[in-house]
Design a protein around this ligand. Structure first.
Ligand code: C2E
Ligand code: MG
Ligand code: MG
Ligand code: MG
Length: 289
């Protein structure tokens, strides 16, 4: 194994090289276990979607949700997508997981459409992985899923991060088709990559999701310049703006004064199971039928 060799050559003595290879052995074992557990998880659908509300800046009413996947591991409890999504991508399991996410999110949205007044149309955002767009039948899968659950394309939002965008011909074409069908495309984690502006110019995005890192460090007026500039930029180019990671009253107030279209963050709510969202955000509000 190349890694072991590298560590050996760096280490000075026998014992040390033994120590490093044991550490690597443990890592490999952990990874192999994770991989075989993940295969079983896909077979048995051990996943659940949590939903985090997005509220409008002025009246704090819920206008949409983001669906965020968790793995309900039989012995380890809930596992974060940041742990298993990259592994699923490498293992070629992300297609199947990603389709489950879209199907489940649409099924849930159909239920909420039933529960809410006819004029209420919550948006449902789902996150995409790069590999999903490389399969040429992805567009058709999304359209079929929408009609299966009788969801209007305008209610679905698909979130891509810069790393998700690989600009292959198939991927670009499908993004264009999804957009033409009325599905909203959002550029997630805006500001963290190097080519956000190129992507915004060349691909049919309608929504910019400002990355948490731009919100997180804002504690006073003097920290707010970056956020202000991003908002001015987004408004000038007619993008809808979502701020994620809003945690404090000050950050919320700032988003309100900047007229950020939708606010998402722990200040209002953490991601939660569907039942909880119904109890706290749908049944007890004006949205309810
Ligand atoms: P993301 O799409 O940028 O999602 C936002 C993340 O920020 C979520 O983490 C959410 O719980 C967290 N968050 C929201 N508000 C706050 C806040 O006020 N403070 C802080 N500190 N965090 C906040 P989560 O659920 O752990 O998801 C992490 C990432 O995993 C997501 O980042 C997304 O990139 C990926 N992910 C989640 N679900 C899926 C999925 O179904 N498919 C794919 N491909 N990726 C997914
Ligand atoms: Mg997202
Ligand atoms: Mg994000
Ligand atoms: Mg992210």
């Amino acid at each position: 194994c190349a890694d072991v060799a590298m560590y050996r050559s760096k280490s000075s003595g026998r014992n040390q090289s033994h120590f490093y290879s044991k550490a690597i052995h443990d890592e490999v074992l952990k990874r192999v276990t994770l991989e075989s557990d993940l295969r079983i998880a896909v077979e048995q659908q051990q996943f659940i979607l949590y939903y985090q509300p997005q509220v409008s800046y002025n009246d704090h009413h819920i206008v949409g949700v983001e669906a965020l996947i968790r793995w309900q591991h039989p012995t380890q409890g809930l596992i974060s997508p940041m742990v298993f999504i990259p592994v699923a991508e490498e293992m070629g399991l992300i297609d199947e997981i990603g389709r489950w996410v879209i199907d489940m999110a649409c099924q849930q949205l159909a239920q909420w459409n039933q529960m809410t007044r006819n004029d209420v149309k919550l948006s449902m955002a789902a996150n995409l992985s790069a590999l999903q767009l490389n399969r040429s039948d992805f567009y058709q899968f999304v359209m079929n899923t929408l009609s299966k659950h009788e969801i209007q394309p305008e209610q679905l939002e698909l979130e891509l991060t810069e790393s998700t965008i690989n600009r292959s011909e198939i991927a670009d074409k499908q993004l264009m088709d999804l957009s033409l069908a009325g599905i909203k495309l959002a550029l997630d984690d805006f500001g963290t990559g190097y080519s956000s502006l190129t992507h915004l110019q060349l691909l049919p995005f309608e929504v910019i999701k400002i990355d948490k890192s731009f919100i997180h460090n804002i504690h006073s007026e003097s920290d707010s310049h970056f956020l202000r500039a991003i908002c001015a930029f987004s408004k000038a180019l007619n993008f809808e703006i979502v701020a994620e990671g809003v945690e404090t009253e000050f950050q919320r107030g700032l988003c309100e004064s900047l007229k950020v279209d939708r606010i998402q963050g722990y200040y209002f709510a953490k991601p939660m199971p569907a039942k909880e969202l119904e109890e706290k955000w749908i049944n007890r509000t004006h949205l309810f039928r």
